[in-house]
Design a protein around this ligand. Structure first.
Ligand code: UDP
Ligand code: MG
Length: 337
């Protein structure tokens, strides 16, 4: 029997989870010949999320729980969850019901046809403002242009990964984790399933505009060095321009003499060049900072509590043993119901 684990990262989703869980359960029930499991990762929630999860786990032996030692962010939380899926495929879902679990049977059908990476592509986003939709649209276009790794447009983390795609993903231990890019990097056979993104069932989005902007920077710097090259081209263009301008000044002085005017021109040039240099330095800084973070070799997350479901016996340490493999640091084994 094929094994399937639905992995859900949740940060302060106490209201949404009780609404989402029954939908997942009924989607998994529809699957024939699939042993369905659910793994919730509590990403340092400060509301009642953990208590809600414990209740779900008590009622359902197929629910496993993982609690991180603090809030590490969605990408780390997903990584933590996927690291625990030892066998079978995994489906990644948002806890807020924006990714409909009702699509899981279709995902599984595609997996059976031999696809390794079945991702949901949004044809419509509901309950999200005009600004979020249009900036998201722009972002996917820009990153599609800049990145050599194919990153499907309008596609979030909602997807099914086959065992070999999971295995591939587990080998990527970088600290700055732009998951959409990492999924794309793994490759194998991919297929997009169009769906309508619904509004959140409860609570508010964690990603405001500022966080989205940082997220976009993360994506671009993780998957492209094009901005560094932009600095080079800007420099070359400016130098050419300066050369021509210099020639012109000399010629002008020779022909008509020089009356030492031109303070405004000088200020303009100095300010412009100063600004450009700072921008270029900032771009280098973005990459340097990321290099610094990588060089520290810190684990991606720490586990506070690992509570496998009673029916989830084959969960355990993941099969990839790397120096940077983080989980198991302070694991407290819990009992299922
Ligand atoms: N999330 C998380 N850790 C965080 C922030 C968010 O695990 O630090 C989870 C959150 O619980 C949800 C998913 O990531 O399941 C997507 O978050 P959200 O719905 O706020 O983002 P949006 O859909 O608005 O982009
Ligand atoms: Mg959401």
């Amino acid at each position: 029997m094929d094994r399937l684990t639905v992995v859900i990262a949740a940060h302060n989703e106490a209201e949404a989870l009780p609404l989402l869980h029954p939908r997942i359960v009924s989607a998994l029930r529809q699957l024939e010949g699939v042993d369905g499991h659910v793994l919730y990762v509590d990403d340092g929630s400060t509301d009642g999320t953990w208590e809600v999860l414990q209740r779900l786990a008590r009622q359902d032996a197929k629910v496993s729980l993982l609690r991180l030692s603090r809030n590490f962010g969605k990408e780390a939380a997903l990584t933590a969850g996927l690291d625990q899926v030892e066998s079978g495929a995994a489906v990644v879902l948002d806890a807020d019901g924006q990714d409909p679990p009702e699509l899981i049977p279709e995902f599984v059908g595609r997996w059976r046809e031999g696809y390794d990476n079945v991702h949901g592509t949004r044809i419509q986003r509901e309950g999200e403002g005009w600004l979020k939709r249009s900036t998201a649209h722009l972002f996917y276009r820009v990153i599609g242009r800049l990145s050599k790794t194919p990153i499907p447009a309008d596609t979030g983390d909602f997807r099914l990964l086959s065992p070999r795609a999971l295995e591939g993903l587990r080998q990527l231990r970088e600290r700055h984790r732009f998951m959409k890019g990492l999924f794309g990097w793994v490759g194998y056979r991919q297929i997009a399933i169009p769906y309508r993104r619904e509004p959140r069932v409860a609570g508010d989005s964690h990603f405001g505009l500022w966080r989205l902007w940082n997220f976009a920077l993360e994506g671009i710097t993780s998957f492209s060095t094009a901005p560094l090259r932009v600095a080079t081209y800007l420099g070359v263009t400016t130098a050419l321009f300066a050369f021509v301008f210099g020639l012109w000044i000399v010629v002008k002085a020779l022909l008509w003499g020089d009356a030492v005017a031109g303070w405004p021109t000088m200020m303009a040039v100095i300010l412009f060049l100063g600004g450009m240099q700072l921008v270029a330095l900032g771009m280098i800084g973005e990459y340097l900072g990321r290099l610094y973070d990588e060089s520290k070799q810190r684990p991606l997350y720490l586990v506070d509590v690992w509570q496998p479901g009673a029916a989830g016996v084959s969960f355990g340490q993941s099969s990839v043993k790397g120096e940077s493999h983080a989980h198991g640091t302070s694991v407290v084994g819990g009992q299922g119901p």
